[in-house]
Ligand binder design. Structure first.
Ligand SMILES: [Zn+2]
Length: 342
C-alpha cells in the first residue's frame, strides 16, 4: 500500500525556491516560497504574468522576513513589474497576511471568496470572548485556556489589514489572467469557503491548503461555531474534487511541493480522517471522554500553545462529525463539562 502510494505521487520540482527567488512552473506561472515562524516553516505563493504585471495567488504572513523576500522577488524574478491583483485563497494569516500591504502598495484589487473576506474582517473586529466557554466546557484547565487564547491566537499580529473592498470570487467564476483561464472552485473544512483555481488547459490545479502532501490540512471547529461539522464539509469537498479535477494535473498546494497524483492523495486524506475517527470512537467506548481527554488519543506528541489550539479544534471536528452521524452521544455533566460516549 505504502509503495503504491509513493509511486502514484510524483514531484516534478523536488527543490523548492529559496525566499525571494522563484521557479517557473509553466510559461508565465511562477512558484515562490516564503518563511513562516511555525513548525510548518514555509508557505507557497504563485504568480501569473499578464499584460500590466503579475497576479499573485496568496501573499505570505505579515512579518519582516516575508516583506524582505517580497522585495527581492519583485526586483528579481518579477523584473520590477507591479502586482495587478491579489487572489487570496482563504483567511489564514500565512495566506492573506500581506493583503493590506500589497493592495495598498500597488493599488491592486483583492479577489477573495465572500465568506473568507468576512471571516477575516470578523476576526479583526471581534474579541476572542467566544474562546473561553468553548474550551472550558470541553474540559481544558484554566491555565491551558490562558496559554491557548493568549499565545496561540496571534492572528492580528500576523496580518497587515484589509482593503475596504473585496472583488468577490465564487465557485464557477472564471478568471482570465494572461494566457491562462482559471475556474474558481471553493471548498469548506480547512476554511469556510477556501478558493482553489483549476487551470485545466495548462494542466495546473492551484489547491491552496485543501490537498497537500506530507500534511493533512487542519480541520477545526472554531469557538464561535461550536456545533459546526467542518469534517463533513471537508470530506464532501474532497469527493467533489475527485469527481471534477482529473488525476493528471500538477497540483500547486499552499505548503510543501507541487505534485502529481491528486486522486491518490485524496484517498490517503480520507483514510487519515477515518483512522482518527476510529481511534476516538474506540476511546469513547471505554469511557465517556471530554475533548481535552481525547487530544492525546489523536496527538501523541507534546503540543505548544499554537499547536494545542489547532489540535483541540481538530479533535472537536472529529467528535462533531461522529455526533452528527449518531456514532457518538454528548452529555453535559453536573460539573458543566461536555463528555462524549461511544
Ligand atoms: Zn496554510
Amino acid at each position: 500500500m505504502l509503495i503504491e502510494t509513493r509511486e502514484a505521487i510524483r514531484f516534478p520540482h523536488p527543490e523548492p525556491p529559496p525566499p525571494g527567488e522563484a521557479i517557473e512552473i509553466a510559461p508565465g506561472v511562477l512558484w515562490a516560497r516564503f518563511p513562516l515562524p511555525f513548525r510548518l516553516d514555509h508557505v507557497n505563493i504563485y504568480l501569473i504574468e499578464e499584460d500590466q504585471g503579475w497576479a499573485a495567488i496568496d501573499t505570505g504572513i505579515a512579518l519582516d522576513d516575508t516583506r524582505a523576500a517580497w522585495e527581492r522577488l519583485l526586483a528579481g524574478p518579477l523584473r520590477g513589474r507591479p502586482l495587478t491583483r491579489i487572489v487570496a485563497t482563504h483567511f489564514h494569516p500565512d495566506h492573506m497576511g500581506l493583503v493590506g500591504w500589497l493592495t495598498e502598495r500597488f493599488a491592486a484589487p483583492l479577489h477573495m471568496p465572500r465568506t473568507e473576506f468576512l471571516y477575516a474582517l470578523a476576526i479583526q473586529n471581534s474579541a476572542i470572548a467566544a474562546n473561553r466557554p468553548f474550551f472550558e466546557e470541553r474540559g481544558l484547565p484554566p491555565d491551558a485556556i490562558e496559554r491557548v487564547t493568549h499565545q496561540g491566537f496571534g492572528y492580528l499580529r500576523l496580518v497587515s489589514g484589509l482593503p475596504t473592498q473585496n472583488h468577490r470570487i465564487m465557485a464557477g467564476d472564471r478568471l482570465d489572467i494572461g494566457d491562462h483561464r482559471l475556474e474558481v472552485l471553493t471548498g469548506g473544512g480547512h476554511a469556510p469557503e477556501q478558493a482553489m483555481l483549476d487551470a485545466r488547459e495548462a494542466g495546473l490545479f492551484f489547491a491552496a491548503d485543501q490537498v497537500m502532501t506530507k500534511i493533512s490540512p487542519n480541520i477545526s471547529v472554531q469557538a464561535m461555531e461550536p456545533d459546526a461539522d467542518p469534517l463533513a464539509e471537508y470530506l464532501g469537498s474532497l469527493a467533489a474534487l475527485r469527481r471534477t479535477v482529473p488525476d493528471d494535473v500538477l497540483v500547486l498546494p499552499g505548503h510543501h511541493l507541487p505534485f502529481q497524483g491528486l486522486h491518490t492523495r485524496i484517498a490517503e486524506l480520507v483514510d487519515h480522517h477515518e483512522q482518527r475517527c476510529a481511534a476516538i470512537l474506540d476511546s469513547c467506548r471505554q469511557a465517556p471522554r471530554t475533548a481535552t481527554e481525547l487530544v492525546p488519543v489523536v496527538f501523541r506528541r507534546a503540543l505548544d500553545p499554537h499547536q494545542m489550539g489547532f489540535a483541540f479544534g481538530e479533535v472537536v471536528a472529529h467528535v462533531n462529525y461522529m455526533l452528527h452521524l449518531g456514532e457518538l452521544t454528548q452529555h453535559r455533566g453536573a460539573d458543566g463539562v461536555l463528555r462524549v460516549a461511544g
